[in-house]
Design a protein around this ligand. Structure first.
Ligand code: MRU
Length: 345
């Protein structure tokens, strides 16, 4: 999970056993437990329930998971094998609608299988294994590159604000929004981070503050509704967030609360950066209004984390997992290809 190799990757493929290995993020920070998965139901459940989460990590999990499923198919004829593969890819793709990396990774895997189909089932499987591992390794390199570009925007003593978890736990290693912080700290810069708690699933509290402190970064957790007062204090040098899908016009969907931060950033003249690999950009979705926003269960707001429900049954609950930040509020995207303004992606 973390950068020094002492702890496991957030998500990886065990090629010898054809098993998807993930950190069960629902147990953090209390327990660091690895899960080994190889059947469709458990892999879909792990993604839906956010055992593995964060756009890049979901993409890698889907790619590695698809190979693990395929390795157990009994079909020995390419056509039937490909039909099974495509059905499983559709089931995986339906688990979470907003993260572009999920459909991107599955499309890459299906194209790879089609290209190898003439060689028969053994050749498809070999190609899928190689591609899944390549997607996993590429994620590390891409996040590291985002960190290298983003680090140049930070100087010794700076303070960053972030929301949700777009760190090592949201990718294979490093993450996106936290990669610049990690790379800067590797280069000896002393940084501090304000992490928003991120209601209702508390990714900022449970995950971001966990991985930052494990990496020795000075971290302060705040409730989401404290962001304006902290920004007003003038302590924050920049806001860095990840994102789940970027539309062709530069509008970006990320964890609910990101849009609020972007508006605050403009009000307080704090630069607002979105860190994302190119696999998060969806050039076929024209604007943010076309991005499908995942709606999640009422219970996450009503009763999760509480001994008793905290909301009367009579009240309806609205629980969108993401919001869309308009391009004009985004100072720049930090990508593996450099720092890009929203209209020149
Ligand atoms: O619902 P989650 O926890 O999967 O949401 C994650 C986020 O919104 C992250 O900010 C985003 O995926 C970017 S991860 C590098």
């Amino acid at each position: 999970m973390l950068r020094d190799g002492k702890l496991p990757r957030t998500v990886s493929l065990d090629t010898c056993r054809a098993e998807l290995v993930i950190i069960d993020q629902t147990l953090l920070p209390a327990e660091l437990k690895l899960l080994r998965l190889w059947d469709l139901q458990s892999i879909c459940e792990a993604i839906k329930k956010l055992r593995v989460r964060g756009a890049p990590a979901i993409g890698v999990a889907a790619a590695c998971g698809l190979y693990c499923l395929a390795a157990r198919y009994t079909e020995r004829e390419s056509g039937a094998f490909m039909k099974h593969l495509s059905d499983d890819a559709s089931a995986l793709n339906a688990t979470r609608p907003t993260a572009r990396n999920l459909s991107w990774a599955l499309e890459v895997m299906l194209r790879c299988a089609e290209a190898a189909a003439d060689g028969g089932v053994a050749s498809i499987l070999e190609a899928l294994k190689y591609k899944a591992k390549a997607i996993e390794e590429e994620d590390v390199a891409v996040c590291k590159a985002i960190g290298e570009y983003g680090e140049k925007l930070l100087k010794d003593g700076d303070c960053v604000m972030t929301v949700c978890n777009a760190g090592a736990l949201a990718a294979v290693e490093y993450g996106t929004a936290l990669a610049p912080v990690y790379v800067a700290s590797e280069k000896g810069k002393r940084l501090s981070v304000y992490s928003l708690e991120t209601r209702p699933l508390l990714q900022g509290a449970r995950l971001t503050s966990f991985e930052l402190t494990e990496n020795g970064i000075d971290t302060t957790l705040i409730c989401d509704n404290m962001a304006a007062s902290v920004l007003a204090s003038g302590k924050v040098s920049a806001i860095f967030t990840g994102c789940d899908r970027v539309a062709a016009n530069g509008d970006a969907a990320n964890k609910i609360g990101t849009y609020m931060l972007a508006i605050l950033a403009k009000h307080f003249s704090v630069p607002f950066y979105i860190c994302a690999p190119y696999s998060t950009i969806d050039f076929s979705t024209p604007t943010g209004g076309d991005i499908v926003i995942e709606q999640r269960s009422e219970d996450e707001v009503r009763s999760l984390w509480y001994e008793k429900p905290m909301v009367t049954e009579k009240a309806r609950i609205y629980n969108p997992a993401f919001d869309v930040t308009p391009a004009e509020l985004i100072t720049a995207f930090i990508t593996e290809k450099g720092i890009k303004v929203p209209d020149k992606l």
